[in-house]
Design a protein around this ligand. Structure first.
Ligand code: PNS
Length: 164
């Protein structure tokens, strides 16, 4: 069985992530979306909330499952017998960091990283930009699944003290 992990913060999951997940689900027997800790980011949602949201918007993909991990991605791969990581590349600005990560992950445990080019419609999209727009009451319905919009706006209102 060919399995791949799609790792990230997913704070929250966007149509950009979903595009990569859907395309990977056609290439692999199983895609595991792994919610991991990125030490450089403070998140809006807890890991449990992010998992719940991802599950809600991936029900249509029978070979996609969701998990979380608080250690190194390569250790998750080894523990779960997963040989491949899939990542979306939006632009050259992603490349340096992603290349470094892929080389580290290859050297640490021999895990291969496959890069998929993001669909042009999503090339500018990130969870951070979605949160920025939504925090100013901008419309993010083209970027985030409809089921998550209410949760996103109410959490932002909560953390901004009702001022957003
Ligand atoms: O969505 P993000 O925040 O860009 O995803 C980055 C993530 C979470 C995939 C990356 O930070 C990660 O792999 N974190 C787990 C720890 C790890 O394995 N780091 C890479 C080797 S130092």
């Amino acid at each position: 069985m060919k399995r791949v992990v799609c790792p990230g913060s997913f704070d929250p999951i966007t149509f950009g992530h979903l595009d990569i997940i859907e395309r990977a689900s056609k290439m692999f027997d199983e895609v595991v979306i792994a919610v991991l800790v990125n030490k450089t980011k403070r998140t809006l949602f807890t890991v449990a909330e992010r998992i719940e949201m991802i599950r809600e918007v991936t029900t249509e993909f029978p070979n996609v499952k969701v998990d979380s991990w608080s250690g190194l991605l390569v250790d998750y791969c080894v523990e779960n017998q997963i040989d491949f990581i899939v990542k979306g590349l939006r632009a050259v600005t992603d490349f340096d960091y992603e290349l470094q990560m892929s080389q580290i992950n290859l050297q640490l445990k021999g895990i291969e990283t496959l890069f998929m080019s993001t669909a042009p419609a999503h090339s500018f999209l990130s969870s951070s930009i979605v949160k920025e727009i939504a925090s100013y009451n901008g419309d993010v319905s083209n970027y985030v699944p409809a089921q998550l919009l209410e949760r996103l706006t109410s959490r932002l209102a909560q953390v901004n003290g009702g001022q957003n």
